[in-house]
Ligand binder design. Structure first.
Ligand code: PDD
Length: 292
C-alpha cells in the first residue's frame, strides 16, 4: 500500500490507463533523478474542471520555460483530463498532471532524444471543511530560500517541501515566505493582505507562482468593488495587516488568523475574506449546476 492512498485508482502513464499499483517509471526518469519536470493541479467540482483553460495555459508556459516539448495540444489535454475525471466516482476531484523530460542516461544536459514522461491522476477532493473556512488557519513565517524561477510550476519542490514541513512542525497550516524582507508566497499557496479595505497582493513576477486563483481573486475583487493593489509588500505590512488570506487549488481561499503566534487583525476571518468566500462558493455552485 502507498501511504495516504486508498484503493488502487486507474492512473494515466504515457498513453495508457493502468492501476496506480502497476504504474511504474524508470529510475533514470529525469523527474526522479533531477526533479526535471513540471506539473499542474486542477480542481474539479461536480465533475467539471474549474478554470481548466487557465491551468492548461500555465502548463504550456511551464513546459516552454523548461524547454520540454508539449506532448499534447489543448484538445488532447482536455480529453485526458476528461478521461481522468471518469476514473473516479467522486463529484469533486483533484486532477494532477505531470510531464518530465523523460528517461535517459544520467547527464545534466538535455538528452537529444528522450520522450517526455506524462503522468495523470484524479483523486477525490477533500476541500477545506467548515471549521477551516469559518475559523481560519494558523500560519508561520520564514525566509524564502527557493530559487529565482518560482513562476515555473516545477516538480523541483524541495524548498517548498521544507517550508511546508516548517509549518507542520509548528502546528500551522502554511508557511508565509519573505524574500529580502518582502512577501513572496506560501509554501504551496499565494498570500493576500488586506489593510483598510484594500486587498494587496505581491506583483506577478518570477518570485511567485501565479496561482490560477490569483487571476480569479482579481476578477472577484473587481466584481465586488474591492480595491486591489499589486506591489511589493514589506514584512511589516504583513505583520500589521487587518486580514491575511491564502489561496490555492486545494485550499481554495482561507483566512489566516494568526501569524507566528500573533493574531492577524481581530484574530478572526474578516469582511474582505467573507466577500471573496461568497463569490468563490457562487462560482463553484454555478459550475456544479451545469452538470448533466
Ligand atoms: N500549489 N504558489 C505555490 C508555490 C503553489 O504551490 C500553489 C499551488 C499556488 C497557488 O496556485 P493555484 O491557485 O493555481 O493552485 C501558489 C498546488 C495546489 C500544489 O502544489 O499542490
Amino acid at each position: 500500500m502507498i501511504p495516504g492512498m486508498s484503493g488502487d485508482p486507474q492512473v494515466y502513464l504515457n498513453g495508457e490507463f493502468t492501476p496506480l499499483s502497476q504504474a511504474k517509471v524508470s529510475v533514470l526518469d529525469r523527474g526522479f533523478i533531477f526533479g526535471d519536470g513540471i506539473y499542474e493541479v486542477v480542481p474539479v467540482y461536480g465533475r467539471k474542471p474549474f478554470r481548466m483553460g487557465h491551468h492548461l495555459a500555465r502548463l504550456r508556459r511551464s513546459l516552454e520555460a523548461v524547454r520540454i516539448a508539449n506532448p499534447h495540444d489543448q484538445a488532447g489535454w482536455e480529453d485526458l483530463v476528461g478521461k481522468l475525471i471518469a476514473t473516479s466516482d467522486a463529484p469533486d476531484q483533484i486532477v494532477y498532471l505531470q510531464v518530465t523530460r523523460g528517461v535517459a542516461r544520467r547527464d545534466h544536459a538535455f538528452p537529444a532524444d528522450a520522450v517526455p514522461t506524462v503522468f495523470g491522476m484524479a483523486t477525490p477532493f477533500a476541500w477545506p471543511g467548515a471549521e477551516l473556512r469559518e475559523q481560519g488557519v494558523r500560519a508561520v513565517s520564514m525566509p524564502d530560500e527557493r530559487w529565482l524561477h518560482c513562476e515555473i510550476k516545477s516538480t523541483s519542490l524541495l524548498g517548498n517541501v521544507l517550508a511546508r514541513q516548517f509549518a507542520v512542525d509548528r502546528d500551522a497550516v502554511e508557511t508565509v515566505m519573505f524574500r529580502d524582507g518582502f512577501l513572496s508566497e506560501g509554501s504551496s499557496s499565494n498570500v493576500w493582505v488586506v489593510k483598510n479595505g484594500v486587498l494587496v497582493a505581491p506583483e506577478r513576477n518570477h518570485l511567485i507562482l501565479e496561482g490560477i486563483r490569483y487571476g480569479f481573486i482579481q476578477e472577484m475583487a473587481a466584481a465586488r468593488g474591492i480595491p486591489l493593489e499589486m506591489r511589493k509588500i514589506a514584512q511589516a505590512e504583513v505583520e500589521a495587516a487587518d486580514e491575511l488570506m491564502l489561496s490555492s487549488a486545494t485550499k481554495e481561499i482561507l483566512p489566516i488568523v494568526s501569524l507566528d503566534g500573533k493574531p492577524v487583525g481581530a484574530g478572526r476571518p474578516g469582511p474582505v475574506y467573507a466577500q471573496l468566500r461568497q463569490s468563490y462558493d457562487e462560482a463553484i455552485a454555478a459550475l456544479a449546476r451545469r452538470v448533466g
